[in-house]
Write a protein that binds this ligand. Structure first.
Ligand code: G16
Length: 634
């Protein structure tokens, strides 16, 4: 494990960095300490390397590198976040999350949340790359001072007087050993730039995005969603909505089962525990039928994301290592709720990633069946099916409401069988393929009134457009005066609850966990019944190292390799050898690897195709080390 000594001894006032790892219900307020001299000191103390020829890139999900090279980036992200907040004439808040999500402990990273709670836009990314690579401290400070003066003048003109809103930056971090120190650098730089910092401490990535969205609620939060700021608001909103959705059941007999959750030995464990405490506090007499059992927490003894977590389970298509020694010991809360049943049933399981923005479900051989995986594709199909059914009921009862488009966005990693299922259910025009990365799929989902998006790796959510809320309003008005229609009223209640339970800012493992569990409970479905919606084509993924992955270029949706030119013809030739074969390669934006995806009609063919494609990459793209084989996957 990489440890970075804290060379900022005066960081003690940043209280949350000194606290035990529990979740803050509300953030700690750190007042601005504007000082261009302090900013220059930080830039000088953490300089961008003069020797390195590497350009720091804002990749699929922010800057993500070996933690040891990140201190200069973090100082510059403090400047970036302040400028992003200053740039918005209306004084919107922005967010900074320090995490490397699914990567191993040696990595860390940082992503910026824009005022709408979503990922930072492309213009912000360009600024991020400039700042992170500027070697000259004077140039950096002067750039900041000039931009600050420009935005402050614009703001004053906009607001009509000299008093302007404070510039506010929210920060959060995951449980990595170096995250406190790296966060401290963001905080110090932002305060030196004159920002007020709201320090949320240890949080999941989606909690930080929620905090930013709700901080800017007047402009960005849809009317139907109550304003619930901070982490405690997040928990209350999710639990209230989960209960509201379950309360629409027409079957009173409780369905008792347990859901075992592998939290990747990361922050998701702390987030889920906090959520379950809220459920306990607010649920007297509530017939919640699923006992949710968080496991693989930061103290379980397992290394972060190693042989566990959603990335491992989904990429390897095998169950995780269960690190908790007391997994089979029964335990109850002080209110008597079973939190660890005496015998753990592994027929209903889920796995989160290291910052809890992804989730996949799986069954580990309950009732004599083998392991099977329900990834982001299966979640997307379940959600589309549920929303489509309820919408169909409502539209039949209230024909005057406008037609709403229900569409789904996937990436090249989507299993071909899932795409075929969705095209058949929703129509081809309502199934889109976008480039990998939640920033791309999220943006593409906005073309629909109800846009479901999920990457196969379990990163996804649903976004709802204005026409959705208008239609529900109209339906509510109609149903309040019409002859009682319980089925339509129930559909309306379900559709009204969805935008509250679903994280509108970003894919969210905890929100998705509650949503999927509620739908399965309402339908009284087992994972096997859910899995039977369609049968996945066998697929295989691999990753290999090459000398320089930036030589690989793909088309827009990453299904074809454009450079090196010799790669795609060889892949095409391989694909033709396998019935239902499909294969693509792309450079990762979060790891120093090239990813390979293959699927075919049989398991053997998918494995063979993947292995052969990995060899093509190795041959044509200057692979490092021995040519890869399926058996020697990293
Ligand atoms: C990030 C992105 C995801 C993306 C994943 C892998 O996830 O948010 O959208 O699918 O990286 O990206 P790549 O294949 O480019 O390495 P996370 O959970 O690691 O933040």
């Amino acid at each position: 494990m990489l440890a970075i000594a804290d060379p900022e001894p005066d960081s003690a006032p940043i209280l949350s960095l000194r606290q035990p790892v529990t979740m803050n219900a509300t953030p700690i307020r750190l007042d601005p300490q504007p000082s261009h001299a302090e900013l220059a000191r930080l830039c000088d103390k953490y300089p961008v390397s003069m020797e390195s020829e590497r350009t720091m890139e804002y990749g699929t999900a922010g800057f993500r590198y070996d933690a040891a090279v990140l201190p200069p980036v973090m100082v510059r992200v403090g400047i970036l976040a302040t400028l992003r907040a200053l740039e918005t004439a209306s004084g919107y808040h922005v967010g900074v999350m320090v995490t490397a999500s699914h990567n191993d402990e040696s990595y860390n990273g940082v992503k910026i949340a824009d005022p709408d709670g979503g990922m930072m836009n492309a213009q912000g990314e360009r600024l991020a790359v400039y700042l992170a690579n500027e070697r000259n401290t004077d140039a950096l400070v002067q750039y900041f001072v000039a931009q600050q003066a420009k935005y402050t003048t614009e703001k004053r003109i906009h607001s009509g007087n000299a008093a302007t809103e404070p510039v506010v930056v929210h920060v959060g971090r995951d449980t990595r050993s170096h995250s406190p120190f790296l966060t401290c650098l963001v905080v110090k730089a932002a305060r030196a730039c004159g920002a007020l910092v709201l320090d949320h401490g240890v949080v999941t990535t989606p909690m930080l995005h929620h905090a930013v969205l709700h901080a800017n609620h007047v402009k960005f939060l849809p009317k139907l969603i109550p304003h619930r700021p901070h982490v405690d608001g997040y928990q209350r909103l999710l639990i209230d909505s989960y209960r509201a959705l379950l309360a629409t059941t027409d079957n009173q007999a409780p369905l008792q089962r347990s859901l075992l959750v592998d939290c990747a030995c990361g922050v998701g464990y702390i987030g889920l525990e906090a959520l379950l405490q809220t459920l306990d506090q607010q649920s007297s007499g509530f017939g919640s039928s699923t006992t949710i059992v968080p496991t693989n927490g930061p103290d379980s003894g397992g290394p972060l994301n190693e042989s566990c977590g959603s990335e491992y389970v989904q990429k390897m298509i095998i169950p995780p290592t269960w690190y908790d020694a007391d997994l089979f010991t029964s335990a109850t809360t002080s209110e008597g709720r079973a939190i660890k049943p005496a015998s753990v049933d592994k027929s209903y399981c889920a796995a989160l990633d290291g910052d809890a923005d992804r989730i996949v479900f799986f069954s580990e051989g309950g009732h004599g069946s083998d392991f099977f995986l329900l990834d982001g594709d299966k979640i997307a199909c379940l959600l589309c099916d549920f929303v489509g059914n309820e919408l169909g009921i409502l539209q039949k009862a209230v024909p005057s409401i406008s037609f709403l488009s229900l569409g789904v966005v996937q990436t090249a990693y989507a299993n071909g069988a899932s795409t075929a299922y969705l095209e058949q259910k929703l129509g081809k025009a309502n199934v889109a393929i976008a480039k990998t990365g939640v920033k791309h799929v999220h943006a593409a989902a906005h073309q629909f009134d109800i846009g479901v998006y999920f990457e196969a790796n379990g990163h996804g959510t649903i976004v709802f457009g204005d026409r959705y809320y208008d239609a529900l309003n109209e339906a509510a008005a109609f149903l309040s005066t019409a002859v009682q229609d319980t089925v339509a009223t129930r559909a309306l209640r379900r559709l009204e609850t969805l935008p509250r339970l679903v994280n509108q800012a970003v894919g969210d493992a905890l929100s998705d966990l509650l949503l999927v569990d509620a739908i399965l409970t309402l339908r009284r479905w087992t994972l096997a019944e859910w899995n039977a919606m369609y049968q996945d084509l066998p697929s295989r993924q691999d990753k290999i190292r090459v000398q320089d992955r930036s030589i690989i270029q793909t088309n827009d949706n990453e299904t074809r390799c454009l450079a090196p030119a010799s790669v795609q013809p060889r892949l095409d030739e391989l694909v033709q050898q396998h019935p239902s074969g499909r294969c693509f390669i792309r450079p990762s934006g979060t790891e120093d690897v090239v990813r390979i995806y293959a699927e075919a009609a049989t398991r053997e063919a998918a494995d063979t195709l993947c292995q052969a494609a990995a060899r093509v990459v190795h041959d044509e793209c200057q692979g490092v080390g021995e040519p890869p084989s399926i058996q020697s996957r990293m």
